[in-house]
Write a protein that binds this ligand. Structure first.
Ligand SMILES: [Zn+2]
Length: 523
């Protein structure tokens, strides 16, 4: 909980400099698997800076991008962190004349939003409803953060194209990524891998990274059909591949408790389950279409305490092993004092060395050149994030466990790419997700209810505007799920301790979020 205050303090300190959020160009393509001369296009050489105790940064860290991402993190988390102090001030104003105007002024100044007039007008008789006001401000902070990311995504068109070209250059016409739905992986694309969200052709999070093989086979079919009919993004005879990536996670500080909840914090189980799904996917394509050679699979692990990745290196036949990987935390430590060229070479060598490992990790030779280049670039990109966590969070997040601000029910806000902001329950009916929801409520009993604050639940579904009445159906679904949630926790509802906001959103990434019903009206 105290990390929330830390964000507020830093947010205030950083308001003096307001850097815009812009895209981060991934490592540039380079020929024949040789590391690029300057993957980040940095104008400065940090290696030439004098090393100071605790003040030196990794030679390959993209400091400009890190400063922008820090500003973004502080502004988003700061918005949530300022809610409680602002409402405390409002409560203290209650006995004052012109309470409504004064209160509105405080909230506007601190949070950049307004409270519903009804909450203030009735306050003299009923008392100021802090719980409803708190939930309202959380939802407004969520809306502002989503807006900020959506703007950022719209400005990233060129970077997205660059990244897709880079994938294509590595021999991948489509990249489909499935991380675990854990809130600590929400910053995966923007922060951990430093790739724009929309550079991935398909992306969907699943509890435990247990992606739906049938859905992925349909995605594969749609991608290949488009290549066949339109030659986009590469023609059928181009020999490029479809890449499926699964992302599991673990906790290096507290492996037995803060790992993947879907696998009981058992890392072996998390890895084996993700590997199993990847193999099933490749097998399904081979069995159904006799063209397994056109798919590649890749497994990435994330240490959610430090954001460092492990990339499992496929062998010459494209097979993966739980034991054959490059640990980027080790690489970071080894290369921190190197020159930029030596560090890049070390990354490249680490990938080669992984392929030469024996015993449990042994495989059939090295992956193809494009795969090696992709892995090298992902590792280099991630060095910046490890450095970011070093610089901003002392190398390890203070909130290695739960510090979520709201429960996200339904499709989630995919644009909001930030670690530990929401607890996700990806349910479409309460029956299928009741267990997820119960876990969420349990987490918020400690986070919020224990402090007299309600549980904010943001129920959000996507619809396809091209499909007649899809919006109405999504709206109906949101209402149905809200009613079911309210029925499941009647005591919380009665005490005003469960506050829902419903919204829908058209499919294209960055579409506006449409609030369909305010939580006040829903009561
Ligand atoms: Zn997980």
């Amino acid at each position: 909980m105290n990390t929330r205050n830390a964000y507020a303090l830093r947010a205030r300190a950083s308001q003096r400099q307001s850097l815009p959020m812009t895209g981060v160009v991934p490592g540039a393509a380079h020929p024949a698997g040789v590391p690029a001369a300057a993957p980040f296009g940095l104008g400065t050489r940090q290696g030439s800076l004098p090393a100071r105790m605790g003040g030196d940064r990794h030679v390959l860290a993209d400091r400009v991008a890190n400063a922008r991402l820090a500003q973004c993190e502080e502004s988003v988390k700061g918005r949530f962190a300022r809610i409680v102090p602002a409402l405390q001030r409002v409560v203290a104003l209650q006995a004052m004349p012109e309470f409504a105007e004064r209160a509105q002024g405080v909230v506007r100044e601190a949070l950049g939003c307004e409270l519903p007039a009804r909450l203030l007008d009735d306050a003299w008789a009923t008392g100021f409803d802090v719980k409803t006001a708190y939930a309202h401000c959380v939802f407004e902070a969520l809306a502002a953060a989503t807006d900020q990311f959506a703007r950022d995504i719209r400005e990233q068109v060129e970077v997205v194209q660059d990244t897709r070209n880079f994938f294509l250059d590595c021999g991948f016409h489509s990249v489909d990524i499935s991380p675990c739905a854990d809130g600590r992986l929400k910053g995966l694309s923007r922060y951990i891998l430093r790739l724009p969200l929309s550079s991935f052709t398909w992306r969907k999070a699943y509890a435990g990274a247990l992606f739906d093989v049938e859905v992925d086979v349909r995605n594969w079919t749609a991608t290949e059909l488009r290549r066949f009919r339109e030659g986009v993004p590469s023609t059928v005879d181009a020999g490029t591949r479809y890449l499926k990536v699964a992302v599991y996670h673990f906790s290096s500080s507290d492996p037995a408790h803060e790992g993947c909840a879907a696998h009981g914090s058992n890392d072996h189980q998390a890895i084996d389950a993700a590997l199993g799904r990847l193999k099933q996917f490749r097998q399904a394509i081979e069995n159904a279409f006799c063209c397994g050679a056109s798919t590649d699979i890749l497994l990435i692990g994330v240490d959610t305490d430090t954001d460092s990745v492990r990339i499992h290196v496929p062998d010459g036949r494209g097979d993966l092993s739980a034991y054959r990987f490059v640990d980027n935390a080790e690489l970071y430590a080894q290369t921190r004092a190197s020159t930029a060229d030596a560090a890049r070479l070390a990354v490249y060598e680490a990938v080669r060395a992984a392929s030469r490992k024996g015993g449990w990790a042994s495989g059939q030779g090295e992956p193809h050149d494009g795969m090696r280049r992709l892995i090298v670039n992902l590792l280099i990109n991630n060095l910046s994030q490890i450095d970011y966590v070093q610089e901003r969070h002392g190398g390890r997040y203070a909130d290695i466990g739960h510090a979520e601000r709201y429960i996200s029910v339904g499709d989630g806000f995919e644009e909001l790419q930030m670690r530990n902001v929401a607890y996700y329950a990806h349910l479409h009916t309460l029956e299928e997700g009741a267990a997820d929801m119960d876990v969420g409520i349990k987490i918020f009993r400690k986070l919020n209810l224990a402090h007299g604050l309600p549980v904010p639940v943001a129920i959000h579904y996507r619809y396809d505007a091209r499909v007649p009445e899809a919006r109405e159906r999504a709206t109906e679904k949101a209402r149905r799920v809200r009613d079911a949630i309210r029925q499941r926790y009647p005591a919380l509802v009665a005490g005003g301790d469960l506050q829902c906001r419903l919204s829908v959103q058209d499919l294209p990434t960055g579409s506006p979020i449409e609030i369909i019903e305010d939580q006040e009206q829903a009561r």
